[in-house]
Design a protein around this ligand. Structure first.
Ligand code: NDP
Length: 332
């Protein structure tokens, strides 16, 4: 994270409160792998992209440590360094990267209007949305204390570090089941900490976890704290919290994985764009096209299933190609 704070960002435009909009051909909102890949392709196609990074420049990867599953880094790379590489590559072809948060949009007419930081108006011929999603956390202090030291919200990213160890996954949905199954193939033992006496996951997913020997489901358990001298060594749980038979339970674990859902960062687009019940932006299958022609979405904001850096980058590339073709077909 420090790395990003010290990075050189173009803070340029700012037409504060004048009501005059700056005209750009291609506006990219969000700076994760999807946004930067869209920027690389859009810049190389002469779309002169302008990117607003959002609050967490570099996106979710800036909160991970080692990234070992992104092709092209045979020795692994840290999330922040990888995202700095993405940024440099986008800038190399002329992307203008600016720090700022899109606070509202008007997609009712073209060109589209996007307001940045509640005051800067941008008029864009095409908009690429790559605002990502935010993993939900329980909200206990220990999650911050042990961030990168045993607490993770991505089993696919970090599971490898827990080979032969004991871990816990919090949640009872499809993601929790999928992450628990994945971790069971690496770890010695996987606890699933489930707050109710049933899983929310699909029947097929439930069957899958019930059939895995080294997964133990702790029904009606809630996590109240984590403990450990050097990183996570265990969790304090409460069984049947608030009931007369409430019971404190401690488990010894090396890794604590959150899988209680993600929140797609799509709120400001909802008045114009179709989203699913959770808020993921709907795209036409096999494309990055939203229901508003000229507005494209890529990365985790439109992907409830894969949520990987490499899939986000792939859809970022699609969004830039779709934008370029759309602009060519809709000249003037
Ligand atoms: P869900 O919202 O479906 O499930 C969240 C789970 O976390 C629930 O079991 C919920 O408990 C639990 N939870 C939420 N908040 C807390 C909390 N504060 N403390 C403890 N537990 C909590 O999220 P998912 O990420 O699992 O799935 C999101 C969507 O993506 C779903 O539609 C899912 O089907 C889909 N998906 C599909 C996959 C696939 O098809 N392969 C893979 C992954 C996701 P409770 O049930 O009590 O509310």
């Amino acid at each position: 994270m420090e790395l990003f704070k010290s990075m050189d960002i173009n803070k340029e435009p700012a037409k504060e409160g004048t009501g005059t909009a700056e005209k750009v051909k291609c506006l990219i909102i969000g700076s994760g792998p999807a946004g930067y890949t869209a920027a690389i392709y859009a810049a190389r196609a002469n779309l002169n992209p302008v990117m607003y990074t959002g609050l967490q420049m570099g996106g979710q990867l800036t909160t991970t440590t080692e990234v070992d599953n992104y092709p092209g880094y045979p020795d692994g790379v840290t999330g922040p360094v990888m995202m700095e590489d993405f940024k440099k590559q986008a800038e190399r072809f002329g992307t203008e990267v600016r720090f700022g948060i899109a606070t509202s949009v008007d997609f009712s007419k073209r060109p589209f209007i996007v307001t940045i930081d509640e005051k800067i108006l941008i008029e864009a011929e095409v908009v690429i949305i790559s605002t990502g999603a935010t993993a939900k956390y329980l909200g206990i202090e220990a999650e911050t204390k042990y961030s990168g030291q045993g607490v993770s919200a991505c089993a696919t990213c970090d599971g490898f570090f827990y080979r032969g160890k004991d871990v816990a996954v919090v949640g009872g949905g499809d993601t929790a089941c999928e992450e628990a199954s994945y971790l069971a193939g690496l770890a010695r033992k996987v606890y699933m900490i489930v707050r109710r006496d049933e899983l929310r996951a699909s029947k097929a997913m439930q069957e899958r976890v019930f059939g895995i020997e080294n997964i133990e489901i702790l029904w009606e358990h809630e996590t109240v704290d984590l403990f450990g001298e050097n990183g996570v060594e265990g969790a304090h749980l409460v069984k049947r919290k608030g009931n007369p038979d409430e019971e404190m339970v401690d488990i010894k674990i090396d890794g604590f994985f959150l899988a209680i859902g993600h929140t797609p960062n799509s709120d400001i687009f909802k008045p114009y764009l179709d989203t699913d019940e959770v808020g993921y932006i709907k795209t036409i299958p096999g494309t990055s096209k939203t229901n508003v022609p000229g507005v494209f979405a890529c990365g985790d904001v439109q992907d409830p299933v894969y949520r990987q850096a490499v899939t986000a980058a792939g859809t970022g590339c699609m969004a830039a190609i779709d934008s370029e073709r759309w602009l060519a077909e809709n000249k003037g």
